[in-house]
Ligand binder design. Structure first.
Ligand SMILES: Nc1ncnc2c1ncn2[C@@H]1O[C@H](COP(=O)(O)OP(=O)(O)OP(=O)(O)O)[C@@H](O)[C@H]1O
Length: 274
């Protein structure tokens, strides 16, 4: 029997109140213990899905399950307890600039636990070790490279031993080497700490290299979800365009416009539509 998914969205409909549906019936699963990558066009609602999983947003319709619990039925205490089981890396790298690396990672432990300082010290150093930065504990965020800052943010996100980690575009703005390091780290932490990870990313190389499960979001719905192999083998032209990053296909490069001739041809010079 397949283990139940760690997170599941069933028929999720969501809009920000301006009459437009960002999500129009999303059904997707996040398999337990795996790395799930959420792909989709810019503005397609990927971050919105992470916020729904984190309980920061509620669906207008449909349900979001976290470890078998319908998030919509949780009261404030239930939501709080659920969030304690999650690490979130929104705006990856947003460290407190006036605190050392050590204090940044210690922050959630000091805020949310009653642990003694010697114990906090051990946990912080363990988490920094896991991201390869135990030696940088006394640095200030301003002294770190972008890639290092993100690793510190990652150490902070796992400080409270979450079961689920949500990453929103963890590679944006990083050079290729740092991207590779971050990608390997996400995979490694997932496996060694027994996490479940959800990553929103535009990085196709990363996606196919480390994902166990890929979800492709198109027009507010899940166009396809499955293993990297299943996604690669899909004969859906939309999926193929997406994974080959082709500029034109079912999703057009050009925003709908009048013909080129109409804008630039002889008639345009005479003042347009004659
Ligand atoms: N707080 C908000 N209020 C109103 N509209 C919003 C809000 N947040 C996002 N949106 C809109 O909802 C849509 C989906 O946004 P979302 O950030 O979820 O997309 P995304 O797929 O993560 O995009 P990207 O890949 O560009 O980060 C966009 O059109 C966005 O403008």
């Amino acid at each position: 029997m397949k283990p139940s998914p760690f997170v599941e969205l069933q028929g999720v409909v969501f809009g920000y109140g301006d009459g437009r549906r960002v999500l129009d019936g999303v059904d997707m699963v996040v398999p337990r213990g795996g790395v799930t990558v959420l792909l989709g066009a810019s503005g397609g609602g990927k971050t919105t899905i992470l916020r729904l999983m984190g309980g920061q947003l509620r669906p207008d319709n449909g349900r979001v399950f976290f470890d078998g619990h319908d998030i919509g039925t949780l009261d404030r205490a239930g939501l709080y307890a659920m969030r304690r089981r999650m690490g979130m890396l929104f705006q990856f790298g947003a460290l407190f600039t006036d605190m050392s690396v050590f204090d940044n990672v210690a922050f959630p432990l000091r805020e949310h636990t009653q642990l003694s300082e010697p114990l906090i010290r051990d946990i912080v150093l363990m988490k920094l070790h896991a991201v390869g930065l135990r030696g940088a504990r006394d640095r200030m965020p301003g002294e770190l490279s972008g890639g290092m800052a993100r690793r510190v943010a990652l150490a902070r996100a796992i400080a409270l031993d979450p079961e689920l980690v949500l990453y929103d575009e963890p590679f944006s703005g990083l050079d290729p080497i740092s991207r590779g390091t971050a990608a390997r780290l996400i995979r490694q932490l997932n496996d060694t700490l027994g996490l479940t990870s959800v990553v929103v990313s535009h990085e196709l190389d990363f996606t196919f290299a480390v994902a166990d499960h890929i979800v492709v979001l198109v027009d507010g719905k899940v166009a396809l979800q499955g293993t990297p192999d299943e996604v690669r083998r899909s004969d859906d032209p939309l999926i193929q365009q997406y994974i080959q990053a082709a500029p034109d296909g079912p999703v057009r490069f050009h925003y709908p416009a009048v013909s080129v001739e109409e804008d630039f041809g002889p008639r345009a010079a005479q003042g347009g539509r004659a």
